[in-house]
Every structure is written in structure tokens, then in C-alpha cells.
Ligand binder design. Structure first.
Ligand code: HEM
Length: 402
């Protein structure tokens, strides 16, 4: 099979369901493959790492939109998206990211632990009630989906009474991370407008009466930073925090539980204490990465022995890098105690995931509590996957808990 054939299979339903054998084929072809002129797929761990850390490779930003997508600014989600730090390059990226990072501190994240424990335990209580008589419960909906969205709402400072209505909206906006087709855009745009309206109102409330939350901190920073963070930049990046922090972490939880359902010994090891929860989380991130890929714009450079051209497109296949046999011994074996850990699931360099510590905290709280609470946790029928390429996870994952 050549690279074109492998990539076309990756886009098929079977390839999406299990891309790993196809990634293994790509690794045989090299660290980087050229899918078409000026279209590179970066599959090797070291090559991905090098590309993400090299400031010469930029994110596709507004300049690209202007050039390749006339009329983009008629789409509210792109109007917000061109301000997202994820889609910015220096100097705007550095300015806005550093201001957001000032509110998104390690202290604030660590301080959330007791609240996350409580949220996780409340959800486990509900699962225990619903599944007490051996009935199947839906792990994705009842836990994997509810925990991260509740956590991010709590972090930002979204009142409890508003959270329920929030979830479907955040989920719709997250659709923009996929290769958006024209048909899904109206739904994504409508959700983006609702989200922005909501944040605009909430920001006015917090400005008048600040609280101990991320939004109040961001507002204080934007006011004290001499206009270095405009209202639009602040509000648009709030949307990003919500959508980037939600489905990704949902998938970390779902992918981890599926591993345990298929290999009960992996769960037993966490339950019994021979595998530390943090090591389990790192290996889930590596073995079945919630974010499978990201992209960069090329400049004249060499990566993995290939000459990259100016303005070319680079797809960095994070999910493949995490299974690179040049980097990991027995990459297809789930081994939380491996000595060669270090998944690239949160990216690297200037755009390294700002929420990595929060996602790790959620995972290290959730997995051991879930496993200790439900020693009989078992699959209850076939799970279904989300039809997605960038964010990898399940739509449904039915389990029994008693
Ligand atoms: C397991 C969960 C998560 C995974 C796998 C993940 C993965 C990633 C990756 C790969 C990137 C880099 C993208 C690139 O370089 O193009 C990234 C960036 C980002 N992530 Fe996460 N993420 C997760 C959770 C979160 C959470 C919980 C939040 C927020 C609360 C968050 C917010 C962000 C933001 C704002 C960026 C953009 C940073 C920038 O461009 O400077 N993520 N994430």
C-alpha cells in the first residue's frame, strides 16, 4: 500500500474506527510522507515534536482564511476563531496567551481538586443508583461527558443553573475542530452566537461584581493591561477554553474506560495500587490519543529527511506519533509502567495545551474513584464511536456497574 492508499483508508469508517494498523503502515514509509504536492503528513514522534516546537511552522491563521476562504467572516464561529490563541501566530499569540496564562495558573487548577472529587463522586453515585439492579448505564453521557463540562463551567465561573443548557451548545461549537463541511456550519455558527451572547452577559455581571473565578480574573487582567486584551479577544478565547477543554477530556475518560473494559487486568492494577493513577492516565493518552492530529503551515525546512516547501500544509498525526516504534518499545501494547513514556497528546512548543494540568487532574481523580467504586465494572453491549477524525472517542459506551 502506498501513502495515498493508506490515507484514503484512514478516512473510511473502518480506518476511523481503528487507525492504528494504518499508522503502523505509515511508519514503515518514513517519518514524513508527502500525500500530494505541498501536502505533508508528519507521522514520526520526533518529527512531530520538531514541527510543533519550531516557530517557523505557523498555525493556519487569518491570513490563510483571507487567502483561501473568501467570505469566512460571514461565519460567527470563524470570526471568533481567528482570535483563538490556537489559531494565532506571534506576536498576537504570545500577547494573548501570556495574559490568559496569568489567570490559568497552576494554583487555580490545583485548588480545583476537592471540587473535582466531589463532582466525580456525585456522578458515580448517580451511576450506582441507575445501575443498582444490573441495568446498563451509559458511561459517556453519565460520566465522561458530564464531568469535564461541569469542571470547565466551575473553573470559568458559569453558574450551576446555566450549565445544563450549555452542554449541547459547547458540543456543537466543538464540531469546528473537525474538517467542517458546509452543511454543519449553520449549526456551529448558531451555537457560537449563543455562546458569545451568553459570555458577554456573564462578563458584564462579573465586571460589576467580581468573584473568585477565571472569568473575573481575566476581566481584571484585561482592565489592568492597558487594553492589551480587548473585550472581543477575551470573550472569544473563553469560547475556546470551553470547547477545547470539554470533548477532549470526555474522550480521555471514555478511551481509558474502554481500555479497562477490554483488559480488566489494567483496571485491577489501578484498583490494587500497583499502577499509579497518573501513570495510567499518561498511557491512556499515548495509547488512544483524544486528539489525533493538528496542523501547521510550512516554510522552507527539512523534516524527517524531506524538504518542506513554503506555504505547504503539514498534518501532524499525534495519534500516530504516540505509536511510533522508533520512539516506543512495543507501541501497540498498553503498559502504564513503561519506562519510555511521554506521549505527545498535548502537543508541544508555543501552543502546548494550556489545559493539560487540568485534564490530567480530572483523569487522575476520575479513574481510580470509578474503578474502586465499581469492582464489577463491565461492558454492556457494543460501544459506538463518534464519527470524527481529529477528536477520537465514543458516542456511547454502555456499562454495568453491579
Ligand atoms: C485530554 C484532554 C486534552 C487534550 C488531549 C488536549 C490536546 C491539545 C493539543 C494537542 C493542543 C495543541 C494544538 C496545536 O498545537 O495545534 C491543545 C491546545 C490547547 N488546549 Fe488542550 N487538550 C486537552 C484538554 C484541554 C483542556 C481541559 C483545556 C482548557 C481548559 C484545553 C485548552 C486548550 C487551549 C486553549 C489550547 C490552545 C493553546 C495555544 O494555542 O496556545 N485543553 N490541546
Amino acid at each position: 500500500m502506498d501513502a495515498i492508499e493508506i490515507l484514503s483508508q484512514l478516512g473510511s469508517p473502518a480506518g476511523r474506527a481503528d487507525p492504528y494498523p494504518l499508522y503502523a503502515r505509515l511508519h514503515e514509509l518514513g517519518e514524513v510522507v508527502e500525500a500530494a504536492p505541498a501536502d505533508f503528513i508528519v507521522v514520526g514522534y520526533d518529527a512531530i515534536n520538531a514541527v510543533l516546537r519550531d516557530p517557523g511552522f505557523g498555525r493556519p491563521d487569518q491570513e490563510i482564511f483571507d487567502r483561501e476562504f473568501p467570505g469566512w467572516d460571514e461565519n460567527p464561529v470563524f470570526v471568533q476563531g481567528v482570535d483563538w490563541i490556537l489559531n494565532l501566530n506571534p506576536p498576537r499569540h504570545s500577547r494573548i496567551r501570556s495574559l490568559i496564562a496569568r489567570a490559568f495558573t497552576a494554583r487555580r487548577i490545583a485548588a480545583m481538586e476537592p471540587a473535582i472529587v466531589k463532582m466525580a463522586d456525585d456522578l458515580l453515585d448517580a451511576m450506582a443508583d441507575n445501575g443498582a439492579d444490573g441495568a446498563a448505564v451509559e458511561f459517556m453521557h453519565d460520566f465522561a461527558y458530564l464531568l469535564p463540562v461541569t469542571v470547565i463551567c466551575e473553573l470559568i465561573g458559569i453558574p450551576e443553573s446555566d450549565r445544563e443548557s450549555f452542554r449541547p451548545i459547547a458540543r456543537d461549537v466543538a464540531g469546528v475542530f473537525e474538517m467542517t463541511d458546509a452543511e454543519s456550519l449553520p449549526v456551529i455558527n448558531a451555537a457560537a452566537v449563543k455562546l458569545l451572547d451568553y459570555f458577554t452577559e456573564l462578563a458584564a455581571t462579573r465586571r460589576a461584581a467580581p468573584r473568585d473565578d477565571l472569568l473575573s480574573d481575566l476581566l481584571a487582567i484585561s482592565e489592568s493591561a492597558d487594553g492589551r486584551l480587548t473585550d472581543a479577544e477575551l470573550l472569544h478565547n473563553l469560547t475556546l477554553l470551553l470547547v477545547a477543554g470539554f470533548e477532549t477530556t470526555t474522550n480521555l475518560l471514555g478511551n481509558g474506560v474502554q481500555i479497562v473494559l477490554q483488559d480488566p487486568a489494567a483496571g485491577e492494577a489501578v484498583r490494587g495500587g500497583s499502577v499509579p493513577p497518573a501513570a495510567f492516565v499518561e498511557e491512556v493518552l499515548r495509547f488512544d490519543s483524544p486528539v489525533q492530529l493538528t496542523s501547521r503551515i510550512g516554510y522552507q525546512a527539512k523534516v524527517g529527511g524531506l524538504a518542506i516547501t513554503e506555504h505547504s500544509s503539514l498534518t501532524t498525526l499525534i495519534g500516530a506519533g504516540n505509536r511510533d516504534p522508533r520512539r516506543f518499545a512495543d507501541p501497540d501494547v498498553f503498559d502504564p509502567l513503561r519506562q519510555d513514556g511521554g506521549p505527545i497528546s498535548f502537543g508541544g512548543g508555543a501552543h502546548f495545551c494550556i489545559g493539560a494540568a487540568l485534564a490530567r487532574l480530572e483523569g487522575t481523580v476520575a479513574f481510580p474513584r470509578l474503578l474502586a467504586r465499581f469492582p464489577k465494572l463491565a461492558a454492556a453491549g457494543q460501544p459506538t464511536r463518534r464519527e470524527r477524525l481529529v477528536l477520537r472517542g465514543f458516542e456511547t459506551l454502555p456499562v454495568t456497574v453491579a
